[in-house]
Design a protein around this ligand. Sequence first.
Ligand code: ADP
Ligand code: MG
Length: 674
Amino acid sequence: MGTRKWLDSEVTVLPGVGESRRKLLTKLGLRTVGDVLYSFPRTYKDFTRVLSPAQIREEGEYLISGELVDLTERPVSGGRRIVQASLYGDGSYARLTWFLVHRGRGFTYIYNRLQKAQRLWVFGHAKRALVEWEMNSPEFFLRPPQLGLTPVYPLVSGITNRMRISWAEFALKHLDEIYECLPSHLAARYGDRHQALRDIHFPSSWEALDKARTRLVFEEFFLFHLGLQFGAAQRDGFAHRPDGLLVKRFLGGLPFQLTTGQLKAIADVRRDMESTTQMARLVQGEVGSGKTVVAQYAAVKAVESGGQVAVMVPTEVLARQMADRFRQAFQQIGIEIELLVGNLPRKRRDEILDRLRSGTLQVVVGTHALITDDVSFRNLTLAIVDEQHRFGVEQRQALGRDAAADMLVMSATPIPRSLALTLYGDLDVSTIRELPAGRKPVDTRLIHPSQRDQVYTFVTRRVKQGEQAFVVFPLVEESDKVDLKAAVQEMERLKAGPLKSVRVGLVHGQMGREKDEILEAFYRHELDVLVATTVIEVGMNIPRATVMVIENADRFGLAQLHQLRGRVGRGDKQGYCFLIADLKTETVRTRLNAIRRSNDGFLIAEADLKLRGPGDLLGLRQSGQPLFLIGDIVADQELLQLAAEEARALLQQDPHLAEYPTLRSELNRQRPAV
Ligand code: ADP
Ligand code: MG
């Protein structure tokens, strides 16, 4: 990757940028001239036409021009002045007003400048007054301004739009240091890169802007997907043998009939695992849709082919549960399971590591501990990652790093297609849409806080029948001490009051080891009710749990509520979910009703994406980093999809991008945001 003389230079080469402005530009994320080139306007002012006051038909932003009349200036309270004037043209007037702070003597600067003018051009928001149009604090020009669309850039105090315009112009002078990066058939379809960059800053028309934006959004998505898929593309993998006796015994021994979705997912996995290329598959499905069986099938298949299997889950508690479930399922077919988590006794850990190295242990379930350096396998042929969105792409890929192990990712978060493409663009997807037959949808109710006691009476009654319940309190920020304290107080109150006759465990995210002990006690049914902050959101499988109470339900996102609700009703008993919230506003009511009515996680996730944007779903909200510079994964969904497909097609044809050196160097420049 060659360096670029101007575009890779620091912003201090820009006219008028010294040390202090350099610092200000850093705040805007601009370090080099290339950054300036790729920092696009926030919006544009429409200077494409000049109207006379008579031509304005409706409220909006306009550039108007006319004869300047009735110029006045008068003081108002607080050392402020009002400058007023009218524009006259074609028999109509527009009234202009500027409010100014001016403590000096004499007239204001604006008044003095306007006084010299006969004709005036102004740009601003026209509002209807009684008989004429009025504009407050419009921008004005004594001579006709340049026509077109004027860019409006993100600013910080000390940096003006005028400066940004001149710096963008400067950067555009060095476009020759940028090459077309798209393959020619795509450049032909989406437009030329130089043209797009010129037009995104200084478009001559809305159409030109639209075209430029499309090209740049496509470019961004395309490079993102190419980056995502580049490393993972079509590596040689282990070809597992066709299903034999062991697999048949496993499937034959299942205590239930597989659903259509499960059968389809299993068929996908079978095909992938038997092929000579590496599997990279996501099994996506509703909470409780039965993804674990698919993972177990894959594991048995790998073992039957003489391979080893690693199953990675996000927390120790979940790892324990998962190990238990695998152990149970594999008991009668004689496959052994071990658990590898962070703080095992040294001896135990060494023993497991030895057995993985020598190949005498076939299946290991664990946490991040599985991707530390001292873990190595004799013949790892399958890596399973559960609840993937808790891990980054890199961690996921690290699990299969040396071996060309097949990769199976399971996600219980139903995510809309656009997001799936973004997060899992490098994976093939199998979706299990239906729940196992006979599963009753969770009975969901909205409860006003004043009826809270009835809910806890209900909980107590269920518990006395041997069932279990969750109570969840929201925390805005797990790290916020005040918020945490309030939640803990409420939880204690509940424990001492309405729930005092049952066994209650209380957990929150900042607890450390004690938390795991409580979760496990609940899992073993030594506790009846688990009162928690959202730490129980992912993956707990407790068939005996039938009631979920969510306090301050309005503070959760829809997808989150749906996830929480999925923790109950996993056995054959009817599940209940109580959403306690003061339905004071219309939006709260609408949102909570959506969750009450629908049990389809995909629909809910789509709704959530529209209501709250992708940050929440991606867990990126805290970082505040938008995923893409210009692309919007909701509004530009179609382009996202096209870009993903084009990236895939290109890599199929040229896996190492040997024919596309500019594309390769562009990839090195970009860093995928996820
Ligand atoms: P997921 O991981 O998709 O949330 P699980 O695999 O944990 O779901 O399955 C939830 C429960 O449903 C488990 O207790 C499992 O044994 C059971 N189950 C899975 N598949 C079926 C099926 N086809 N019919 C009935 N029960 C099933
Ligand atoms: Mg699961």
